[in-house]
Design a protein around this ligand. Structure first.
Ligand code: ZN
Length: 198
């Protein structure tokens, strides 16, 4: 197990397009586990390989939240479709084959820390991918899980959630980060317990 370094906007390496995986090798399986460990350590709910400087179409997701008192996963804030899917999810070569409806969510991102903005996504998606064993899988989902998968697939195409805002808002945030960088993240981690980074 190893913690990986997460690239942050405006690092140009986040803009590269990731390539499909031909075979899920033991090395890639280990890498996926390292990504999961990295994601959990930063309290993220999703992470794409592009964010840790590797150009493969691989993402890891765990949108479950824990009840702080019992330390058990909360199921009441998930949809039926979300509950039906075993998490954490590790997906190689994920493709959205069907999509429907619209939804919005205040998204954050481990590559754009401390910024949260409302983004519109498809409400329901059907996904094809390879699982950790390299088997072809297909599933449908909605809710936060669908939002998170769309956010992570964007990363594999070099796209960030701040690209999906209105042009004015997008330009304003990007120029602010370029000029001032990010605030002290160790302090922020305490303040923003409620927010989720994808
Ligand atoms: Zn992200």
């Amino acid at each position: 197990m190893a913690l990986l370094e997460i690239l942050k906007f405006p690092d140009p390496r986040l803009r590269r397009k990731c390539l499909s995986v031909e075979k899920v090798t033991p090395e890639l399986q280990q890498f996926a586990q390292d990504m999961l460990e990295t994601m959990y350590s930063f309290r993220g709910i999703g992470l794409a390989a592009a964010q840790v400087n590797r150009l493969v179409r691989l993402l890891v997701v765990d949108t479950r939240s824990k009840d702080p008192e019992s330390d058990r996963y909360r199921l009441d804030d998930m949809t039926d479709l979300e509950r039906a899917i075993e998490q954490p999810l590790i997906l190689f070569n994920p493709v959205i084959v069907k999509k429907e409806g619209k939804t919005t969510f205040d998204e954050g991102c481990l590559s754009v820390p401390s910024y949260y903005e409302t983004v519109e996504r498809f409400n329901w998606i059907q996904v094809e991918a390879l699982n950790l064993q390299g088997e072809r899988i297909q599933f449908e989902t909605d809710g936060l899980l669908a939002i998170c998968i769309q956010h992570e697939i964007d990363h594999l195409d070099g796209k960030l959630f701040i690209d999906r805002l209105s042009p004015i808002k997008s330009a304003r945030i990007k120029s602010k980060i370029r000029k001032h960088g990010y605030p002290d993240l160790t302090k922020l981690a305490k303040q923003e317990k409620e927010d989720v980074s994808l």
